[in-house]
Design a protein around this ligand. Structure first.
Ligand code: AMP
Ligand code: ZN
Length: 469
């Protein structure tokens, strides 16, 4: 295989269950596909941890001289909800009483904004499922021709799981072990020939929105076919690196592999990389537990969103990670301290010495070693105490910026007080004047949520940010 670039990145491949080198199979660029958001709601910080994975991979490859071609899909149709047995987009459209496409475009825009806030490298292309229907119809037609798919008694088109070579190799869920009656995802009862088959195309039934005409009648695509069709089309029939959260390993990626491999007559994806899940304060992040955290929740509390990026990097992508407000505040303070100390330090300019090069090299080595970012972040934390001049330390931050994306040398202005916090401060002054201490205590608690510390002095109420900037 031809080599492009310099030192190789090694990552854990779910298929071979081994650490493998990342290579450009065409000798030119590493073709990466990252499963994107389902745009019926905001991406929470857990989703963003997975999206950051493609950024860390891209930055590491670029830093080491490899070119990257990154594609990330936007799922705006066909992702069924496990709870409601309905397309997530349609369910949200009913609850918001808004057009599903309008909702999809709004959340897609918010996804891009959140990614930019976290300095996540942009993909070359963000194809939308709803705009790739022709591709999917072509793909399904070929599977039908190859007799790997059939039309079920309900009019939907199903993939014939028994025709897949080594189904289960990715997730360990072999066909023999998949029990009839166990629901792995939403399905119509009785319409399929075999219990492990899945829908490539779903017949419209009573559905009136987000449906398309096909040779097999009106309907809408399944979720797995979307990623097969888009990844092979936009990455020229091969994916060097396929990235997603661990929950996608089965059935999403197992089924995608079964669909894509016959299309290319071999392995369509070289390496399958999965990021582990994020917990928040010890619990799974879910709407029902009420602990969904968004980027805007961080901003509201005065926490620099790049502190989230730093926290993510303090954990390895394939370990489960527990995030907390305390770790975010600690990361925020660390970044603030570095910026304060090194941004304007030196008029004489940074100094690249042998010690500087050695330090940078060891950080890069950690990234190349299966993204051992926790080790690299620990080194960054100890750098403050190392015997090196401020100019040398500044040179390290400057050189590493494209790899780290932490904006360590910027000078950030003092944060403005959000309008809502100004109103709370005024309300508290009024409450104290009226001697309503119960209300004034509750307002203090609300201000704490904004990251604002209140002190009552002889001259009245004073406030400061709880965390340093
Ligand atoms: P979705 O928008 O639900 O399709 O999910 C987008 C991505 O986020 C997928 O790659 C999921 O595997 C991933 N994901 C979902 N929940 C979490 C979590 N708690 N931590 C990390 N990644 C997650
Ligand atoms: Zn996908």
């Amino acid at each position: 295989m031809e080599r492009a670039g310099g030192r190789e990145l090694h990552l854990y491949d779910t298929l071979t269950r081994q650490i493998q080198p990342v290579q450009a199979s065409d000798g030119k660029q590493v073709r990466i596909y990252c499963c994107g958001p389902t745009v019926y709601r905001d991406a929470h910080v857990g989703n963003l941890r997975t999206f950051l994975l493609s950024d860390l991979v891209t930055r590491t490859l670029n830093f080491n001289g490899f070119k990257v071609d990154l594609v990330q899909n936007i799922t705006d149709v066909g992702h069924m909800s496990e709870d409601f047995e309905e397309d997530k987009m349609i369910a949200q459209s009913k609850s918001e009483k808004r057009d599903p496409f309008e909702i999809a475009r709004d959340y897609e825009a918010k996804f891009h904004k959140d990614c930019a806030t976290l300095a996540i490298t942009r993909a070359r292309l963000y194809p939308r499922a709803s705009e790739c229907i022709e591709l999917m119809i072509d793909f399904i037609s070929k599977l039908l021709e190859m007799k790997m798919a059939y039309q079920g008694s309900d009019g939907s088109i199903y993939f014939n799981a028994e025709t897949a070579i080594d189904y289960g190799a990715l997730s360990g869920n072999k066909l023999k072990a998949l029990k009839p009656g166990h629901r792995y995802e939403y399905e119509e009862a009785g319409a399929k020939r075999f219990h492990a088959d899945w829908a490539l195309w779903k017949a419209a039934g009573n559905r009136k929105e987000m449906i398309w005409q096909t040779p097999w009648g009106a309907g809408f695509p399944g979720w797995h076919i979307e990623c097969s069709a888009m990844s092979l089309k936009y990455l020229n029939n091969h994916v060097d690196l396929h990235i997603g959260g661990i929950d996608l390993r089965f059935p999403h990626h197992e089924n995608e592999r079964a669909q894509s491999n016959p299309m290319v007559g071999g392995e369509a994806v070289t390496l399958w990389i999965h990021g582990e899940h994020l917990l928040f304060e010890g619990r799974k992040m879910s709407k029902s537990s009420g602990n969904v955290v968004l980027i805007e929740d961080l901003i509201e509390r005065g926490i620099d969103p790049l502190a989230l990026r730093f926290c993510f990097m303090e954990n390895r992508y394939r370990s489960q990670m527990d995030l907390s407000w305390d770790s975010l505040k600690a990361a925020h303070n660390f970044l603030a301290r570095i910026r304060k100390t090194y941004s304007a330090t030196l008029s004489s300019g940074p100094k690249v010495t042998a010690q500087v090069s050695e330090f940078i090299d060891s950080i890069v080595e950690d990234f190349l070693n299966d993204l051992d970012t926790p080790k690299a972040m620990l080194k960054l934390r100890t750098l403050e105490r190392l015997e090196m001049s401020a100019g040398e330390k500044r040179a390290i931050f400057e050189k590493l910026e494209v790899l780290l994306g932490l904006d360590l040398l910027s000078e950030r202005p003092m944060r403005a007080l959000p309008d809502a916090a100004t109103k709370l401060l005024e309300a508290r002054i009024a409450a104290r004047a009226a001697k309503d201490f119960e209300l004034s205590d509750s307002l203090r608690d609300q201000l704490t949520e904004f990251g604002i510390l209140i002190q009552d002095t002889a001259d009245g109420q004073e406030w400061s940010w709880l965390i340093d900037l």
